[in-house]
Write a protein that binds this ligand. Structure first.
Ligand code: NAI
Length: 303
């Protein structure tokens, strides 16, 4: 069973995507009375028409997460227009500490998939509060950022999004790194197709496009839902897909004591391997800047 702690906009959209793929039974939990049950019914009715027979339930009680193999956490506050993800740090840290203690109580063998922002910091809070081994706490950010990078590049180059191989790593925030030095269009290096200025423009556009969506419609919903489902599929079906995700580092990339986005292999046990990729000097600087931002943020949290 896949649990969802938080059945707001992103929690519901993620559950909808996961249910539509028929991955597993689903249990949604939210503190707003009736919300999780309502979303579960709505999703269930949609599944009937598709002939998908997974069971979707909703509850306001964390005990409903009992026995979950994977718990997706979207509980907490979302940013409003004009806010950065880091502006949510203090309030969401308390919520996530509380939520992950409940996850550890009711689903002690689960993998936690963190979505709540600031996601890298919240992944670290979840790791500490749950007491889970590092492999079983992972954060979603890079998959979504990469969808946005592909969108920007496809528009710029006039090519199919499906022919782009790319990755966005580092902090899921202002210092994210669309890794242009390792981006290919069916094997053709991106850096041979765009000038340095054009590449930088694509990177800048990728970084700010979420804020743009939030300014226009109040939240990002569908794209995060799909990104969560992709990671859930890799974990539940043990696919060993390699994706950028936030994980606890112990010396990789010269960093320790924090969670940040790097390429990982995902399977039933969560993060099964961390890959180290050579970055350009500029990309390395951004990576370190993101790490510095996270270190400063974590220092304020009293963990
Ligand atoms: P939302 O406000 O629609 O939903 C949040 C839900 O969490 C609410 O229904 C609320 O009742 C619930 N909640 C709060 N405290 C809770 C608790 N202690 N236990 C259970 N449920 C609790 O917000 P939305 O748009 O769904 O965003 C959720 C989070 O995901 C935000 O922090 C947002 O910034 C983040 N996000 C992260 C993305 C990523 O790629 N990592 C992408 C998009 C959003």
């Amino acid at each position: 069973m896949i649990g969802f702690a938080g059945a707001g906009k992103v929690g519901a959209a993620s559950a909808f995507e996961v249910a539509s793929m028929g991955l597993d039974d689903i249990s949604l939990v939210d503190i707003i009375p009736g919300l999780a049950e309502g979303e579960a019914l709505d999703i269930s009715h949609r599944l009937s028409d598709a002939g998908i027979d997974v069971d979707v339930k909703g509850s306001a009680d964390f005990a409903a997460l009992s026995g979950a193999d994977l718990v997706v956490i979207t509980a907490g506050l979302a940013r409003k227009p004009g806010m950065t993800r880091m502006d949510l740090l203090g309030k969401n840290a308390g919520i996530i500490a509380d939520v992950t203690k409940n996850v550890a109580k009711y689903a002690p063998n689960s993998v936690i998939l963190m979505v709540t922002n600031p996601m890298d910091a919240m992944t670290f809070v979840a790791l500490k509060s749950s007491g889970f081994p590092k492999a079983r706490v992972v954060g979603q950010g890079g998959v979504l950022d990469n969808s946005r990078f592909k969108y920007v590049l496809a528009k710029k180059l006039g090519v199919s999004r499906g022919s782009i191989t790319s990755m966005v790593m580092g902090e899921h925030g202002e210092n994210m790194i669309p890794v242009a030095s390792h981006t290919y269009i069916s094997g053709v290096p991106l850096t041979t197709l765009l000038t340095e200025d054009e590449v930088q423009q694509a990177i800048d556009d990728t970084r700010k496009v979420a804020a743009d969506v939030i300014a226009k419609k109040g939240a990002t919903i569908f794209a995060p839902g799909r990104s969560v489902a992709r990671m859930a599929n890799a974990i539940v079906n043990d696919t060993k897909e390699v994706l950028a995700a936030s994980t606890y580092l112990e010396g990789e990339y010269g960093l320790s004591g924090m969670c940040i986005g790097v390429p990982v292999k995902l399977g039933k046990g969560g993060v099964e391997k961390i890959y180290e990729v050579k970055l350009s000097d500029k990309e390395r600087d951004w990576f370190n800047k993101g790490a510095d931002t996270l270190r400063e943020a974590l220092a304020t949290l009293n963990l």
